[in-house]
Write a new protein. Structure first.
Length: 136
């Protein structure tokens, strides 16, 4: 299946009521694991840098993400998490102290990556924003 076919056949993401206008306009936001994040490098090393099987995480390089999702339309990539995949500050009250510290450090690094874009290259998870060009 080509990326264009995948894009056209995928279900729109579930969003809060009234917040689906972005998908109607052809925009999508996807959180992806970065192959070069420090935690992800350790995890890949432990599994022998194999491509993964069954439910294993598939790690992507930024080049692969740009090439794959760039086939749909213009993209931007930003950092999502450091030292973990998909950290959520909204979950801090649910986490044990060590995990709360990881999420706080991750959030600090994510904010720093807004001023220092090179940090995106070592984020463990990134967010890909894709907008399908509108027909002229």
């Amino acid at each position: 299946m080509t990326v264009a076919t995948w894009y056209m056949t995928m279900s729109p993401p579930r969003t809060a009521a009234g917040a689906d206008s972005a998908t109607k306009m052809g925009a999508v936001t996807i959180e992806m694991p970065n192959a070069y994040g420090p935690l992800n490098l350790v995890r890949q090393l432990l599994r022998g840098f194999s491509a993964g099987t069954n439910q294993d995480v598939r790690y992507w390089t930024l080049v692969e993400l740009r090439r794959t999702f760039g086939a749909i339309g213009p993209i931007s990539i930003s950092a999502d998490g450091f030292l973990t995949i998909n950290p959520q500050t909204s979950d801090l009250d649910l986490l044990p102290p060590r995990s709360r510290a990881v999420v706080r450090v991750s959030e600090g690094l994510r904010r720093a990556s807004e001023r220092l874009p090179l940090l995106v290259h070592v984020a463990d998870s990134v967010v890909v924003h894709v907008r399908k060009p509108q027909p002229s």
